[in-house]
Ligand binder design. Structure first.
Ligand code: 5CA
Length: 160
């Protein structure tokens, strides 16, 4: 199953290796992992253990910002705006693809086409392992919250 990855999933596997996290294995599942609920069902974990990748766009600078959040959590855009120093909007699918290199439903925490300012939901830190998207709406990898913080260099926040 993980022997021949699709090109987008392979890019994530390569990015993990380049960051020193080559021990993490990207897997492509037979069932959709497009949404947090679908991913949890396909993996057999709780929705809380799914790392949602939400991309926002700075209204003034047009810069992308990534918020990785626990599956059920809503991200307060005012909180993100305050941390970023400018209002943020939810971008369309074309922006997400152009600025991250990946389609919605497969946006990984690392391996983007440009560096992304990253914020991490503190709720993710309570789990032994969590699962993040890995480039496509069927690809995921398992990691620890500590590794997520290290590989993204992100700031841990209360997203609410
Ligand atoms: N693969 C799963 C988790 S492993 C995944 O990527 N889930 S997700 O929640 O991170 O990705 C879907 C997110 O993309 C949604 O929560 C939503 O914020 C955003 N999204 C979905 N549809 C659109 C759209 N049409 N335009 C902009 N953003 C969207």
């Amino acid at each position: 199953m993980s022997n021949s990855l699709s090109s987008s999933a392979q890019r994530v596997q390569d990015a993990l290796a380049a960051l020193g996290f080559g021990a993490f294995t990207v897997v492509e599942l037979p069932d959709s992992t497009r949404t947090a609920v679908e991913a949890a069902q396909a993996i057999g974990c709780t929705v809380e253990q799914i790392v949602k990748s939400l991309v926002f766009k700075g209204r003034q600078t047009d810069q992308p910002v990534l918020v990785v959040a626990s599956g059920p959590n809503r991200v307060n855009t005012q909180t993100v705006a305050a941390l970023l120093g400018e209002p943020v909007d939810k971008p369309d699918a074309d922006y997400v693809r152009a600025r991250t290199g990946f389609v919605i439903g497969g946006v990984p925490p690392v391996g983007h086409s440009e560096p992304l300012a990253t914020f991490i939901d503190q709720d993710l830190l309570q789990y032994d392992t969590i699962w993040a998207a890995a480039g496509t709406p069927r690809a995921v990898f398992e990691l620890t919250p500590d590794d997520l913080v290290k590989m993204t260099g992100g700031q841990v926040i209360d997203v609410g």
